[in-house]
Design a protein around this ligand. Structure first.
Ligand code: ZN
Length: 320
């Protein structure tokens, strides 16, 4: 098995995770979580999004989070934006990295962003030009390149067209997001082999929701294909209100644990990740899709779990 020596994880729980929660966390609670994630060794954190606070009230305080946390040179903090207004907000609070988004699924783009993929792409140039002017790096993401509940199959040529649209406006860091949880390991391996060969200058990120239990297998397949950057979410939080049956992102602690077991470095401390996940579950007040919170670290099987983890585990068990 061909595995990388190390991978980089981006913690997306504060954005993808919390934006789907009914209960709003306070800015202070989010700040504490972000600081703990960084203390656990995470070096890339998606803190929130600069979108309409009316549309997504959970992300309304993203500016405050950046103002409090920006400036740590060893950590990359990024935010999702939908338009040039988002770049202005990023510039005002010290955010140095923004992420654009378009969905490979027309129906998803319309539901999520209220515009066609072509309209989204047409807005990229304004955003990247303004970002460059403000000294902000721009990256991009493509949702549902592996399949959509509406269109089912997404042709690879369509995904390549979107990659080229990003490249044409100077974006060479691209995330492929399996928002619908339809990707299979073979498909991931083959697509990543194809696009890495076709666009060698791109820094790839992969983002898997665990809707059908395949996220970890997909990460493994991507690692075999040579990909080393993955999004993950504490406690496995996340979802998408427009995707039927959407589940959370693969849990950060589960990825860190599996990698540790295989000798793939993540730079993150699995026990600290587990403690954060337990805290997140308590904050949101419901069970989540975290295997590690349920079962504990394999190395601890013969040891007694600390009280906090035991509570989190038992709370997870009572979920229907
Ligand atoms: Zn997502």
């Amino acid at each position: 098995m061909q595995l990388p020596e190390k991978i980089t994880l981006c913690e997306v729980g504060l954005r993808d995770g919390l934006q789907n929660e009914k209960s709003l966390l306070s800015t202070e609670q989010k700040l504490q979580l972000a600081r703990k994630v960084i203390a656990a060794g995470c070096r890339v954190v998606e803190l929130g999004s600069f979108v309409s606070p009316r549309a997504v009230p959970q992300m309304a305080d993203t500016d405050a989070l950046f103002a409090a946390l920006a400036g740590d040179p060893g950590v990359e903090l990024r935010a999702l934006i939908a338009n040039a207004k988002g770049v202005e907000r990023a510039a005002a609070c010290g955010c140095k990295k923004v992420k654009l988004n378009v969905s490979a699924s027309r129906a998803h783009n319309l539901a999520n962003l209220n515009r066609t993929p072509e309209e989204s792409i047409a807005g990229f140039r304004d955003c990247t030009a303004l970002a460059a002017e403000r000294g902000i790096e721009a990256s991009g993401s493509i949702s549902m390149p592996f399949g959509s509940p509406w269109e089912r199959e997404i042709p690879v040529s369509q995904v390549c067209g979107m990659i080229e649209a990003y490249l044409s406006v100077g974006v060479s860091e691209i995330s492929l997001s399996d928002t619908s949880g339809m990707a299979t390991p073979k498909q991931v391996y083959e697509l990543m082999k194809t696009v890495q060969a076709q666009y060698p200058g791109v820094r790839w990120w992969l983002h898997f929701h665990n809707t059908r239990g395949a996220a970890m297998a997909n990460i493994l397949a991507a690692m075999e294909a040579g990909v080393t950057r993955f999004d993950a979410s504490f406690a496995g939080l996340g979802g998408c209100p427009f995707v039927p049956g959407a589940a959370g992102n693969i849990a950060t602690e589960d990825v860190v644990h599996l990698c540790e077991g295989m000798g793939v470095a993540t730079g993150m401390d699995v026990r600290q990740c587990l403690a954060i996940a337990g805290e997140v579950q308590a904050l949101v007040g419901h069970g989540t899709d975290s295997c590690l919170l349920r079962a504990g670290c394999a190395a601890d099987l013969l040891r007694e779990l600390p009280e906090g983890q035991k509570r989190a585990r038992d709370c997870n068990r009572t979920e229907p």
